[in-house]
Design a binder for this molecule. Structure first.
Ligand code: HEM
Length: 233
């Protein structure tokens, strides 16, 4: 399902222009890989066949856009959100330096506490009862992942960032057949980035008095910029 957010005026023009630019960029890349295949993802997609059928150009474009958006901004925000969580809890950084084995579960807690994807859209295929509400078939529904991840019936002290939280059944990567395809990659990237940041930037902390602005989105959660400081080696 493709959902476009309502945009008006300049925002809509910018959106269209960016889309055109991105499509042209990918079309050129697809042409290039068609004539000179390599070991890359686009060459693999070009060679892929399902029941003897290749992907069409619109399908290839859709794949490229999905992977770029789904795979880039989300993980970038996960890393930024992790630094924010750690900087807000300074003892945690020292603890992770002493116990790096805690990093994977810290990333799970960041995914829960500051979920990079806060909401997902769905259309009901059948009449559905949710709590006391009856939702008719064909209705748009917003599933608030960020809210589910702070559900006090699932998590003790949900508003607390706790690197010792075990059994962290968060929904940051969704649930069911559409569970995020890139979850293992995102987890790996975040772990490598955090290990590098913690070991190479001693005294990592937030810039004092830094003004942080949330990204203007109901779906993606992160800050526009994260001013930090550290002690030079
Ligand atoms: C922290 C990083 C990420 C987060 C929080 C995230 C979150 C999500 C969420 C919530 C969904 C929707 C699940 C659903 O509809 O139930 C999703 C789907 C998807 N994600 Fe991610 N994602 C991340 C990273 C990535 C990466 C790195 C890639 C690929 C390189 C990726 C590729 C996809 C794809 C292809 C889908 C669609 C799966 C489907 O519809 O079957 N994601 N992701």
């Amino acid at each position: 399902m493709i959902v476009s957010q309502t945009r008006t005026g300049a925002a809509s023009e910018n959106h269209t222009a960016a889309n055109v630019e991105m499509t042209e960029y990918f079309l050129a890349l697809i042409d290039q890989r068609r004539s000179r295949p390599g070991q890359d993802l686009i060459s693999t997609l070009l060679a892929a066949e399902i029941d003897g059928q290749k992907l069409t150009v619109p399908e290839l474009l859709g794949f490229c856009a999905l992977l770029l958006v789904a795979g880039n901004e989300t993980t970038t925000n996960l890393i930024g959100n992790a630094v924010l969580c750690l900087a807000e809890n300074p003892g945690t950084i020292d603890r992770l330096l002493r116990e790096p084995a805690l990093i994977p579960q810290t990333i799970e807690e960041v995914l829960r506490f500051r979920s990079p994807v806060q909401s997902m859209y769905r259309l009901t295929v059948a009449e559905t009862t949710l709590g006391d509400e009856v939702i008719p078939a064909g209705a748009p529904v917003v599933a608030w992942i960020g809210s589910a991840n702070r559900d006090e019936r699932q998590f003790q002290r949900p508003a607390e960032f706790d690197v010792d939280r075990g059994h962290n059944r968060h929904l940051a990567f969704g649930h069911g057949i559409h569970f995020c395809l890139g979850a293992p990659l995102a987890r790996l990237e975040a772990r490598i980035a955090l290990e590098a940041l913690l070991s190479r930037l001693p005294g990592l902390s937030l810039e004092q008095g830094a003004h942080m602005e949330r990204m203007d989105s109901t779906i993606v959660y992160g800050v526009e910029a994260l001013p930090v400081r550290w002690q030079p080696a």
